[in-house]
Design a protein around this ligand. Structure first.
Ligand code: BES
Ligand code: ZN
Ligand code: ZN
Length: 530
């Protein structure tokens, strides 16, 4: 029996619908088993189950509580779950083992007798006066990262904020063991103890955090398994399940429709490129947002080959597209009242015999020509096509994100994204990033680059003669493709989307999922604006 999929896996480039209608025609497509779409990734990360409960469940083995660092040392807040004599003896036990309450410190002690749980785990929040959402999110994440071999934990941390605690536990408790054969699947169940009235906030925090994990899983999947075709199949299946419309253009359709940038980058690889378009079309939406994300499934640099050391990091060069896919899936699950279309160009940048050469001139979607002076500046080539295509839909806002330049890290470090674009919207996006704990900073587009982007043999050129301001130059290149009157933000996440240093707070090594939560927060704000 062939599997029936509710969407068309489009070879000819026709749009299709998960509900089975294309321009009023009812269709159902059956895909033969041997060409069956890959509907899941080869490996997913494990993460804790987080629930909301009115009281501590009977099976809870440990209680996770907040600790503060006061002038005189450790301070413990009394809560419904731990007060009176039990709070006092917990305090003494924690002091005895040197707990100070400083932010991120995790200390576990035996629980007082008759408390119903075996141990108490205290996580430090630092100065009680200065606790904000990010402190809480990081502390919950740190706790979830250090708690192992405990089946069930109840926590009173929700008293200080539901959203950051739920996000911190899920994001911090995420562990990716890939295709390791002995991978341990043990996970902890957390019960956030709070009133039933917190249910809506709880649910939306859970949807948000779990969707970030989709982006992380995608980034962490090695490029021999995740390449344009398999990536497009995975996205189609996930998106259709979330109720999105799906359209996939293959290399024939891309060629025919003039996507010269995507084709130029993909042509050096045996694995042809794809353009995936996912749409969320709720009734009563007043605004439309275009999302665009870079989807280079591996970036060797192409003919302008990268050096071998650390080249493997480039499995993460599709992080922008992963974040945008995760964000639109979350928007559907959250039922946000805003129209959204995600345009995701997927290609593998390889130096094959048919690869684009330095000096080649290409024609982008929409007609702008470009001199490709460095094939390693490939992100802007695929994004230019995608931005031009997304602009045709005349969205109110266009948010685009990419692991675009090494220069982003030179300018802002590994944890802070650079945001460029229309001034007011750019500033707001950077602010939203900081509000949700995904650090971001507004960067200007430079007047000198408007001249230097011009080329002698084409309309524009893909690299500058100078290294200075490399992140901003890439922004200027992309600006040429943004349709008139569209509020635009470009978020360069070369550093923040992939953590090569070490885990901290709720941020694991490798894929971080940044800037998924920033984009979801922006979509929510646009959906709720008058
Ligand atoms: N994918 C890289 C940017 C990157 C570098 C992301 C390191 C994450 C970590 C991008 O395609 C690239 O190679 N950019 C070049 C541009 C240059 C040739 C103008 C760069 O930044 O060196
Ligand atoms: Zn590159
Ligand atoms: Zn790249």
């Amino acid at each position: 029996m062939p599997t029936i999929y509710p969407f068309i896996y489009s070879e000819a480039g026709i749009s299709s619908s998960p509900r089975g209608t294309v321009e009023g025609r009812l269709i159902s497509l059956s895909i033969k088993e041997d060409t069956m779409a890959q509907t899941d990734l080869p490996a997913r990360g494990h993460f804790p189950q987080v629930k909301l409960g009115k009281k501590v469940p009977k099976k809870a083995e440990a209680l996770l509580i907040a600790a503060f660092e006061g002038e005189g040392g450790l301070e413990l807040p009394g809560t419904d779950l731990l007060g009176g004599a039990a709070l006092r003896s917990t305090y003494e036990a924690l002091v005895a083992v040197g707990a100070s309450g400083k932010a991120g410190e995790v200390t576990r002690v035996p629980a007082p007798a008759k408390g119903g749980v075996a141990s108490i785990i205290a996580v430090g929040l630092g100065d009680a006066e200065e606790v904000d959402d990010e402190t809480l999110r990081r502390a919950a994440g740190q706790a979830a990262r250090s708690i192992t071999k405990v089946g069930a934990v109840a926590t009173s941390l929700g008293d200080f904020g539901i959203t950051p605690v739920v996000e911190g536990l899920i994001l911090g408790g995420y562990k990716y063991s890939g295709l390791r054969s002995e991978s341990a699947a043990e996970t902890t169940t957390y019960t956030v103890v709070a009133e039933k009235s917190a249910q809506e906030e709880f649910d939306s925090a859970k949807i948000t955090a779990e969707s970030v994990l989709i982006a992380r899983d995608l980034v962490n999947t090695p490029s021999n398994l995740l390449y344009p075709e398999t990536y497009a199949e995975f996205l189609s299946a996930q998106a259709a399940e979330a109720g999105l419309e799906v359209e996939v253009l293959d290399e024939k359709a891309l060629e025919k429709q003039g996507f010269g940038g995507i084709m130029a980058v993909g042509r050096g690889s045996a694995r042809p490129p794809r353009l995936v378009r996912l749409s969320w079309k709720p009734k009563k939406a007043k605004r439309h947002v275009a999302l665009v994300g870079k989807g280079i499934t591996f970036d060797t640099g192409g003919i302008s080959l990268k050096p071998g050391a650390k080249m493997w990091d480039m499995i993460s060069d599709m992080g922008g597209s992963a974040a945008m896919a995760a964000a639109i899936i979350a928007a559907a699950k959250l039922n946000l009242k805003v129209g959204i279309t995600a345009t995701l160009p997927l290609a593998e940048n390889m130096p094959g015999s048919d690869a684009t050469r330095p000096g080649d001139v290409i024609t982008h979607y929409g007609g702008i020509t470009s001199e490709v002076l460095n094939t390693d500046a490939e992100g802007r080539l695929v994004l230019a096509d995608a931005i031009a295509r997304a602009s045709e839909d005349k969205p109110d806002y266009l948010i685009e994100t990419a692991t675009l330049t090494g220069a982003q890290m030179v300018a802002l470090g590994e944890r802070t994204a650079g945001v460029m674009g229309s001034e007011e919207f750019r500033d707001r996006m950077a602010e939203i990033g900081r509000e949700v704990g995904e650090k971001a900073w507004a960067m200007p587009l430079l007047e000198e680059h408007e001249e230097s982007v011009k080329s002698a043999s084409a309309d524009i050129r893909n690299i500058n003669a100078k290294r200075e301001g490399g992140m901003e130059y890439a922004g200027t290149y992309l600006q040429h493709f943004v349709g008139e009157g569209i509020e635009w933000a470009h978020i360069d996440v070369a550093g923040p989307s992939f953590n090569t240093t070490g885990a901290y707070g709720y941020t694991p090594k490798m894929g971080t999922g940044v800037p998924t939560r920033t984009v979801i927060a922006a979509l929510r704000e646009i959906a709720e604006s008058k």
